[in-house]
Design a binder for this molecule. Structure first.
Ligand SMILES: [Zn+2]
Ligand SMILES: [Zn+2]
Length: 410
C-alpha cells in the first residue's frame, strides 16, 4: 500500500490534511493508544489518592536502572546486535527483567531494531526519524504500518532457547515482573502495596518506555555527528543519562557491533560498565570492541569532509588478480567469496558478525554485489573500511569489462 510520504501531493492543503487523518485513522493501534495515551491520564489521577512514601521512592529509584539495563544490555546490545556472549543465568536474568519493562518480547523488539539499523531513515525503517519527531518517538506504534517495514534475519534469535521461552510466556512474565513483584515487595517491606504498584510499577514502566523512545526520536534529532553524518543519529548526552548510555547514538549507528556506545572512558555509559563487570564475574565473554584505528578513521573522515567537502574512499590496487571463472569456481567449491566493485572479498570470518545476519552474505556468495553493498544497503565508511581489510584479490578486467564498478562510498 502506498504511504502518504510516497505519494506525490497534487491536492489542496485541506485535502492533504484530510487524507493524512484518514491514513492515521486506518492504521490506529488501539492497544498502544490505550497504553501510551490513555493510561497516563489514569496514572496522574491515581497519584492524587496514593501517597508516594519515602521507601517506595527508594525502591522505584533502585528498580529504574535495573529494568533499563535489562533493555540496554540485554534486548539491545546482547540480542539485537550480538556485541558479546552472555552465560545462561545472565540471559535468563536479562530476559525476565526486560519483560517487566513492557517493551514487548526480545524477538519483537530486536526484529524492529535490526530493521531500524538496516533501513535507517527510509520508509522501511520502523521508526524512521525523517518522518518527524513524534512519529519516530511513538507515532510508529500508535499508527503502525508493519507491511512496509524492512524484513531482517532473526533466525539466530529463533534458535535461542531463552528468547523463545520469553516470547512464549511474555504476557504473564511482563505482568509479574512489572507490577506484581514491585507491589509485593513494597507490601511485605513497608506495607505499601498500592504505592509499589503505582510508582515502582506502572509509572516507572511508563517513564522507561518514553526514555527508550527518546533514543529513536531525540537522539536522531539533536546532537553532534562526529562519526558519520550520512544518517540522522546523533550524540545526545541527556538521552545517555536517562537511558544508561544509549544516547551516544551516532557512534552506535556507525559501529553497532561494539558493546560500548560511549566509547571514551569518561562517557556516561553504565551499560558498558555493567557488561564489563559481567565479564569480570565470568557471566559475559567475547566483548566486541572496534579497533581504535577504525574509530579514528571514521572521525578523521568526518573532519576531512567538514574541511574539504565530501571525500571518496579509495582502495589500493596492489592485490593479486583472479579471473571471474576462478572466482565462481572457488565460490562453488565452498569459499565465502563475494565480488564488490571489482574486488574479491573472503567474508568467512566476518559472516556471523555481520550486523544484518549471515543470510545476507550467503545470498551474494559467488556473485557481483556492488549495488547491494552501496545502493540497496547504504554501508558506512567504517563498513567500507572493514570490507577492505577482507579483500583477497582483484577481478581480472578482461572477463569483467562489461561490468561497471564504483570505487567510492558516496
Ligand atoms: Zn537509531
Ligand atoms: Zn542499535
Amino acid at each position: 500500500m502506498e504511504s502518504i510520504q510516497d505519494r506525490p501531493c497534487k491536492c489542496s492543503r485541506l485535502d492533504c490534511l484530510k487524507s493524512e487523518l484518514e491514513h492515521y485513522w486506518r492504521h490506529i493501534d488501539l492497544v498502544h493508544v490505550l497504553v501510551l495515551v490513555i493510561s497516563p491520564v489514569f496514572l496522574c489521577l491515581a497519584t492524587q489518592y496514593i501517597h508516594f512514601q519515602r521507601q517506595t521512592a527508594l525502591w522505584t529509584l533502585f528498580l529504574f536502572p535495573v529494568g533499563n539495563l535489562a533493555i540496554t544490555a540485554g534486548y539491545h546490545r546482547l540480542w539485537a546486535h550480538k556485541t558479546y556472549h552472555a552465560s545462561l543465568p545472565l540471559r535468563y536474568f536479562l530476559a525476565i527483567v526486560g519483560a517487566g519493562m513492557f517493551q514487548w518480547s526480545i524477538l519483537w523488539w530486536c526484529t524492529h531494531h535490526r530493521s531500524h539499523h538496516r533501513y535507517t531513515d527510509t520508509n522501511r525503517d520502523p521508526y524512521n526519524a525523517r518522518r518527524g519527531f513524534f512519529y519516530s518517538h511513538m507515532g510508529w506504534l500508535l499508527f503502525p504500518t508493519p507491511e512496509k517495514w524492512g524484513a531482517v534475519d532473526v533466525s539466530d534469535l529463533k534458535k535461542d532457547t531463552v528468547v523463545v521461552w520469553q516470547d512464549k510466556y511474555y504476557v504473564p512474565l511482563a505482568r509479574m515482573v512489572s507490577m506484581l513483584f514491585p507491589s509485593m515487595v513494597a507490601h511485605v517491606g513497608w506495607n505499601d502495596w498500592q504505592g509499589g504498584l503505582l510508582y515502582a510499577g506502572a509509572i516507572r514502566v511508563y517513564l522507561g518506555l518514553h526514555f527508550t523512545f527518546l533514543v529513536n526520536s531525540l537522539a536522531h534529532w539533536m546532537g553532534d555527528q562526529p562519526y558519520g553524518d550520512k544518517f540522522t543519529p546523533r550524540q545526545n548526552l541527556l538521552v545517555a543519562i536517562i537511558t544508561c548510555g544509549e544516547g551516544y547514538h551516532n557512534f552506535h549507528h556507525v559501529f553497532p557491533s561494539d558493546y560500548r556506545n560511549g566509547v571514551h572512558w569518561y562517557d556516561l555509559d553504565p551499560t558498558k560498565w555493567f557488561i564489563w563487570s559481567c565479564e569480570q564475574l565470568r557471566l559475559a565473554s567475547q566483548l566486541s570492541r572496534i579497533p581504535d584505528r577504525e574509530i579514528e578513521y571514521a572521525r578523521n573522515l568526518m573532519l576531512r569532509m567538514s574541511c574539504a567537502g565530501p571525500d571518496t574512499y579509495t582502495i589500493p590496487l596492489d592485490s593479486p588478480t583472479m579471473t571471474w571463472e576462478e572466482f565462481e569456481r572457488q565460490a562453488k567449491a565452498g569459499r565465502c567469496l563475494v565480488c564488490i566493485a571489482g574486488f574479491v572479498y573472503d567474508l568467512i570470518d566476518f559472516m556471523h558478525d555481520h550486523p544484518g545476519g549471515p543470510k545476507l552474505i550467503q545470498q551474494v556468495v559467488g556473485k557481483e554485489a556492488t549495488s547491494v553493498f552501496y545502493e540497496e544497503f547504504h554501508h558506512s565508511p567504517h563498513a567500507t573500511n572493514l570490507l577492505a581489510s577482507m579483500r583477497i584479490a582483484t577481478i581480472h578486467i578482461g572477463r569483467s569489462r562489461n561490468k561497471t564498478y564504483r570505487m567510492t562510498n558516496t
